[in-house]
Design a protein around this ligand. Structure first.
Ligand code: 5AD
Length: 354
């Protein structure tokens, strides 16, 4: 199910600057959000299980070239501990995220997923980068429910520049996402907004790709330069007409994502809340988003997973941050989702009656 929005309209919305017209976009997106996924906001506990990475992404603070960064990898007991904590905080899903870490073997991840499913019954989302199809298949059989893999940009040249392929192996996240879907995963993807060299045309195509992939989950955040990366050291503007990495532009993409994939689960992302700590979550939740992913990484690892600066500042005690985020959601008049909070497909008849 998707709401008809032509490529030309998507482009125009991205270019729109007039406040009264943008209010129409916010209302359309918020209306679609309410109608298709309801008022509840689902919470997913995010555990960053390893900061090892083989890739050289020029935007990301944990890329393999960052030699000064101490590397960590949680053991099975630590990861299970995170899942227990997610359950104790009444989150319905635990998300296991890492750099692209060859040290996380297929069998290790399978065993961890089996243990989490067996003990907690939580929905399990994996976000472990590009892996062979066999790994994805094994992890699905072990009980994993969802996989997150942002394609970052649909502009192939820009993608190669910021996310270089490994020697002899072309990185093709679109084809991996289709494989994941065939294997039975709910699939999540998304992009960064305001990558240096990103054009409005390519960002409009990114949003059309959300619809073409029929994404179950869509995560978008502003690009935030990291000082130890190639993109963070250079001045960020490379073209006069590049997409700005602003809060407003990110909110437009969140709203448009809701319109092209009305049934999707869309988080108010940490990156957005980093550029606007005071009300980044609120604004996203009122313009299409319906998910928040509180961080449950143990404190001792938290600062080592700085994919962009400022990210670990919102740290502290997990119980307190959980209470805080619940309070902020309730203050918006929204409920807190219970259960796994997977994608619900709306049958045509339900749509007519709603
Ligand atoms: N700024 C914003 N987002 C970033 N990500 C990685 N590095 C940055 C950055 N510097 C995003 C990517 C990745 C996700 C986990 O975090 O989109 O897929």
């Amino acid at each position: 199910m998707s709401i008809s929005l032509t490529p030309a309209r998507i482009f125009e919305w991205l270019r729109e600057e007039e406040a009264s017209r943008l209010n129409m976009l916010w209302e359309l997106a918020d209306g679609a959000r309410r109608r298709y996924v309801g008022d509840d906001v689902h919470l997913r506990g995010l555990a960053e299980i390893s900061n090892h990475c083989v890739r050289r992404c020029t935007y990301c603070g944990i890329n393999t070239g960052n030699n000064d960064l101490p590397r960590y990898r949680m053991d099975a007991a630590e990861i299970l501990g995170c899942a227990r904590e997610a359950r104790a905080l009444s989150y319905g899903t635990v998300v296991l995220q890492s750099g692209e870490d060859r040290g996380l073997s297929q069998s290790f991840v399978s065993e961890v997923v089996r243990a989490i499913k067996g003990e907690t019954g939580l929905a399990v989302t994996l976000s472990l980068g590009e892996r062979p199809e066999e790994d994805f298949g094994e992890w699905k059989r072990a009980g994993a429910d969802r996989y997150l893999l942002r394609f970052e940009t649909s502009d192939r040249l820009l993608y190669e520049r910021v996310h270089p392929s490994l020697r002899g192996k072309r990185s093709d996240r679109f084809s991996l996402l289709r494989i994941l879907k065939k294997l039975g995963y709910e699939i999540g993807s998304g992009v960064m907004v305001g990558l240096p060299g990103q054009t409005f045309e390519s960002l409009a195509r990114d949003i059309e790709s959300f619809r073409d992939l029929d994404l179950d989950m869509i995560g978008v955040g502003p690009f935030i330069p990291h000082p130890t990366t190639a993109l963070g050291r250079k001045p960020t503007a490379t073209g006069l007409d590049d997409v700005p990495a602003t809060e407003l532009m990110t909110l437009k993409v969140v709203a448009l994502a809701r319109l092209v994939c009305p049934e999707a689960n869309i988080p108010a992302t940490t990156a957005l809340s980093t550029v606007n700590m005071r009300e980044g979550y609120e604004l996203a939740l009122q313009r299409g988003a319906n998910v928040v992913m509180p961080n449950i990484t143990p404190a001792k690892y938290r600062a080592l997973y700085q994919i962009y600066p400022g990210k670990s500042l919102a740290g502290g005690n997990h119980e307190d941050s959980c209470a805080l985020i619940r309070g902020r959601i309730e203050a918006l008049g929204r409920g807190i989702g219970t259960g796994p909070g997977g994608r619900r497909r709306i049958k045509p008849v339900d749509r007519l009656m709603s």
